[in-house]
Design a protein around this ligand. Structure first.
Ligand code: HEC
Ligand code: HEC
Ligand code: HEC
Ligand code: HEC
Ligand code: HEC
Ligand code: HEC
Length: 425
């Protein structure tokens, strides 16, 4: 009798495990919308016209999902608002009229997932409220959002419970074995309690070792990284004032981004092109540091004059200049090859995709973590301009596949963008 139960149990042990696993696995593979990704997409595509809390060219987007109960229609609107207007939807047409018939850009390239990510980001911002909307320089931009849908803790707890259940079942199994053996007169050794069992102990040590190792290595890899790094600069030079409010093109100062590997920091001469004439800061926008200290813009321009040796009253250079020692923010390790012009010109990538909303920052901080995973993820999902591009004429097979309609687009990965030697010297 006992033996039978024991055999039954042993037989079903595996199925019990599979059952437990089948409960756990769906949890771990649920793909929640990712507000962090949505934030990047929003900043690249929508931030020029929308803010979550404020009306800009377009309406404030807080609560938008309540205004659009039909999610499919909302997706359609973002893909192509003109098609929703043409369908005669009343809410959309009223909104359109209210906004002086300003046409919203169509975004056929965004997938439904991309849009869900954006909506998730809007919700997260909405909960934070207008006071803390948008990342203040130096603040962890995505921290709160990631916590919300990270189910690795849940996964961990369930795994732990599963392990305990497995241990108990194994213990019962050996106890039953022993009882059955005794009953039939077969000598069986006393079961060893699991905390004395060498195999279990070895297993536990191994697991602890692996978990410990994982965190140590992860920590070590992260050491050189400095997401959100925002050093104090010798002059409080605001990107928001220059590239945002005064709309100076990024390439006016970072011309290298289009022509070479490095975007380059502008020389003092470039500053003086304008600042020979602009001697004071008279903007209404108030300059404050991340710590909340008020900044006098005119005094900062005076610092520039001091560096270059310019006397604004005499209107000429009166002493030899010295270079402004800007602190470099982005630093890839030496073993990595990264080329700006390839991404900006050939790859058609926006500065903001990799550097965040620079036009909103007074002091620049590092937006992406510059990890290998960050590079590779983008290479896996981003399409290259493949057709009619001489650069890619050697990929005959891919061209043939497109002709045969086997594939409809080519990602960076497909042209070798995840091969080690492309990025590593
Ligand atoms: C060129 C400016 C512009 C851009 C870029 C833009 N929008 Fe709009 N958006 C508008 C305007 C203007 C309206 C108001 C309706 C109209 O006039 O067409 C609007 C309306 C909306 C609405 C409806 C809001 C409501 O209150 O019901 C949503 C949702 C929306 N936009 C989402 C987006 C998303 C998401 C993006 C980025 C992928 C985006 N928009 C990019 C200008 C823009
Ligand atoms: C008027 C000149 C000027 C314009 C326009 C300008 N920048 Fe800059 N940028 C600078 C200077 C000076 C620095 C170095 C000081 C600093 O980090 O704030 C810099 C630093 C940076 C950095 C950090 C570099 C590092 O050290 O790693 C990035 C990224 C950047 N700019 C991106 C942009 C983008 C994107 C735009 C356009 C939206 C832009 N800049 C427009 C002058 C300019
Ligand atoms: C595909 C991502 C990506 C895009 C797009 C991109 N950058 Fe960068 N940028 C980087 C990385 C990575 C670094 C760090 C490079 C290094 O340390 O060698 C960097 C560094 C910089 C620096 C510091 C100086 C330098 O060259 O190392 C500036 C300034 C800069 N970027 C400006 C820009 C501007 C302006 C644009 C748009 C015209 C732009 N970037 C587009 C990824 C990008
Ligand atoms: C294309 C013209 C132009 C260039 C180039 C330029 N500036 Fe400016 N700068 C401006 C304008 C416009 C203002 C705002 C003046 C106002 O609103 O009264 C300004 C304001 C400032 C201010 C006060 C506000 C702030 O950001 O703290 C400082 C400091 C400054 N510039 C430094 C620099 C430095 C350093 C460089 C070179 C890296 C530079 N500027 C390059 C046009 C320029
Ligand atoms: C926002 C998306 C994006 C990110 C982030 C990004 N890349 Fe790219 N990368 C591209 C695109 C798009 C191309 C294709 C450019 C072209 O058409 O030649 C490319 C091409 C390249 C190539 C040339 C590949 C080839 O097959 O010739 C290298 C090397 C490269 N990237 C390195 C990097 C490194 C290193 C990083 C991280 C520090 C990085 N990239 C981050 C989008 C990205
Ligand atoms: C798209 C560009 C890219 C490709 C392709 C790539 N790497 Fe990397 N790799 C990076 C970047 C960027 C870093 C720096 C990461 C950091 O500083 O955290 C890095 C770092 C590393 C490191 C140092 C450890 C670490 O994570 O910092 C090793 C080892 C490495 N890569 C191996 C490889 C191997 C092996 C391959 C091929 C399977 C490969 N890489 C392909 C961009 C790339």
């Amino acid at each position: 009798m006992y033996r039978r139960v024991s055999i039954l149990l042993r037989k079903h042990f595996v199925s019990v495990l599979i059952l437990c696993a089948s409960i756990v696995i769906p949890f771990s593979s649920v793909k929640a919308a990712d507000p962090a990704k949505g934030k990047a997409t929003f900043q690249t595509n929508c931030a020029s016209c929308h803010n979550v809390h404020k009306q800009l060219t377009g309406p404030a987007l807080a609560g938008v999902e309540d205004r659009w109960p039909d999610k499919k229609l909302l997706h359609q609107w973002i893909h192509n608002s003109a098609s929703v207007l043409a369908s005669g939807d009343k809410y959309a047409n009223d909104l359109f009229t209210k906004f002086n018939k300003t046409a919203m850009t169509a975004f056929p390239q965004l997938s439904n997932e991309d849009i869900d990510d954006i909506l998730a980001y809007i919700q997260v911002e909405e909960k934070k409220g207008p006071a803390t909307a948008g990342p203040k320089p130096g603040e962890q931009p995505e921290g709160g959002a990631e916590k919300g849908n990270d189910n690795s803790l849940l996964f961990g707890i369930i795994t732990l419970i599963l392990a305990v259940v497995a241990l108990i079942l194994m213990q019962i199994n050996s106890n039953l074995n022993k009882l059955a053996g005794d009953k039939e007169g077969v000598p069986t050794p006393d079961p060893v309690p699991f905390y004395k069992n060498k195999a279990y102990l070895a297993l536990i040590i191994l697991v602890l070792f692996m978990v410990g190792g994982y965190f140590t290595i992860n920590g070590a890899i992260g050491l050189g990284r400095q997401k959100d790094y925002m050093p104090e600069q010798p002059i409080f030079y605001s990107h928001k004032v220059h590239a945002g409010i005064n709309q100076i093109n990024c390439l006016y100062c970072h011309a290298g981004a289009e022509k070479s590997k490095h975007a380059m920091i502008p020389s003092e001469n470039i500053c003086m092109n304008c600042h020979k004439a602009i001697k004071e800061y008279s903007g209404t926008y108030e300059l404050v540091t991340a710590e909340g200290k008020k900044i006098d813009g005119t005094a900062e321009i005076a610092k520039l004059y001091d560096y270059v040796g310019w006397d604004p009253n005499a209107g000429k250079y009166t002493k030899p200049g010295r270079p402004i020692e800007w602190t470099k923010i982005h630093n890839l390790p030496d073993h990595v090859y990264f080329n700006h012009s390839q991404h900006v010109v050939a790859g058609q990538q926006q500065c903001q995709t990799c550097h965040g909303a620079i036009t909103e920052m007074d002091e620049v901080h590092q937006f992406a973590d510059l990890s290998m995973g960050w590079c590779i993820n983008c290479h896996r999902t981003t399409k290259v301009q493949f057709a009619d591009n001489n650069y890619y004429s050697i990929f005959e097979k891919l061209h043939q596949d497109i002709k045969d309609k086997k594939i409809d687009s080519v990602t960076v990965e497909m042209v070798g963008g995840t091969e080690c030697q492309k990025c590593h010297y």
